[in-house]
Design a protein around this ligand. Structure first.
Ligand code: FMN
Length: 406
């Protein structure tokens, strides 16, 4: 049920806009309060009168309308909803959301909102598969926008078939209900997530690093925050935007990452996704090491870095109730993960085979190794892995007393 939930539905200008009337009807049947913003192109496909009739409320269309702005300003409109749903989401509106363009009421609201955003894309298959749209969707997902669909099917253009069809209203309704069922499950909980690689200095300009992009760790931090956890993300250097609603501490080296994690305690759960360098240079040079052919290549002496997973798992008063490690392995992944779980003293290991190009990719195939056994998850988007793991964490913490906040 959606009793008492406030939804702001942004209807942009796609042929699927007519399906919104059915979506609104279904949302209202479940008790949701639905307000609508129509884009200029949206009005070409569905009339404001129809939308006003099915919502039982006036429709918002004009950023510069003095009467609208007096009655409820665009900032208030953006903030008073529990969820902002963009359906259909055109290629155009997704591009504007990515770039932060706010040149009409719909996009101004989307830029001003501090509430969760869900989007149901709908467009021609070629538009959906265009690298610009792919990049926009990836960027928005990294920022925490949840996507529903699109589906594969017949396009509006006669005889065309492909991805880009808007998900049916009944399934969008399920996604909205699932969202509200999950929201708040981790309210009052504190989470620490690490993400990305670490940089270990060789000299002031060079460093040792690895190929971790941070996509999986950032997605997990966003998913935990969406379930209501007060989430701290300790991130090594990445090119990713900060996930919505997450406190981010940027670090470079493993020792800084450990210190930041310790500083973020107490926590109910720690998910250590970062690919922390096992070794660092014993004594990084204070000045740039100059190339000198007569002396040959420098020899680097490496020393072991602190083991963040083992340290946070150590059985002392500050241990989070649930410690989850990640294992990026090449070959015998599950066996190595089982061993790692025992040697590190953590509760779960999420293992993935990185031999097949997981680093930097959008999808991941993982195995969840717990004391109870091994679950093989099918290949899925990193954002879906994150959502599923966050749900499992919420299940595991049920009934466990929350750590007191410092
Ligand atoms: C008949 C017709 C159908 C369209 N259908 C779609 C669509 O399904 N998806 C889409 O992204 N754009 C579609 N467009 C293009 C958008 O309407 C156009 O990009 C517009 O600028 C979107 O504005 P908005 O995002 O502000 O609503 C269609 C255009 C026409 C003329």
């Amino acid at each position: 049920m959606l009793e008492g939930k406030k939804l702001l539905l942004v209807i942009s200008g796609g042929i699927a806009a007519y399906k919104c009337l059915e979506l609104i009807r279904r949302l209202r049947e479940r008790g949701a309060d639905v307000r609508c913003v129509l884009t200029g192109a949206g009005e070409r496909f569905v009339t404001p009168l129809s939308v006003a009739t099915v919502t039982g409320q006036r429709v918002f269309r004009d950023l510069f309308s003095p009467t609208d702005e007096n009655e409820i300003g665009h900032i208030e409109l953006a903030r008073e909803a529990d969820l902002v749903l963009v359906a259909p989401a055109t290629a155009n509106i997704l591009a504007k959301m990515t770039a932060g363009i706010a040149d009409d009421l719909a996009t101004a609201v989307l830029l001003a909102t501090d509430k969760p955003v869900m989007a149901a894309p709908a467009m021609n298959g070629r538009m959906w598969e265009h690298p610009a749209t792919r990049a926009n969707v990836a960027r928005l997902a990294e920022r925490g926008v949840q996507f529903v669909g699109p589906e594969e099917g017949e396009m509006a253009e006669a005889g065309e078939w492909g991805p880009g069809r808007m998900t049916e209203p009944a399934d969008i309704l399920t996604a909205v209900e699932t969202f509200f069922a999950g929201a708040g499950r981790l309210q009052g909980r504190r989470a620490i997530v690490t993400s990305g690689p670490t940089y270990e200095a060789i000299d002031p300009v060079r460093y040792i690093a690895n190929r971790s992009s941070g996509k999986q760790g950032h997605a997990i931090a966003g998913a935990l925050a969406r379930l209501g956890a007060e989430t701290t993300l300790v991130s090594g250097p990445t090119r990713l935007p900060d996930p919505l609603g997450v406190r981010v501490i940027n670090v470079e080296a493993a020792r800084d990452m450990l210190a930041a994690c310790k500083g973020a305690l107490p926590a109910d759960v720690a998910v250590l996704v970062a690919a922390v360098a096992d070794w660092r240079v014993a004594e990084p040079a204070k000045r740039k090491i100059k190339k000198d052919s007569t002396k040959g290549a420098p020899v680097l002496k490496l020393v072991e870095n602190p083991d963040i997973l083992a340290k946070l798992s150590a059985d002392n008063a500050g241990r989070p109730a649930l410690v989850v490690g990640f294992a990026a392995e090449t070959g015998s992944v599950v066996e190595k993960a089982k061993r790692k779980r025992l040697t590190k003293g953590c509760d779960w290991i999420v293992a993935n085979d990185v031999a097949s190009g997981t680093f930097g990719a959008e999808s991941n195939t993982v195995h969840l190794v717990t004391a109870e056994g091994v679950e093989d998850w099918p290949p899925m988007a990193k954002s879906t892995v994150a959502q599923r793991l966050a749900d499992r964490i919420a299940d595991a913490l049920e009934g466990v007393p929350a750590r007191p906040t410092p």
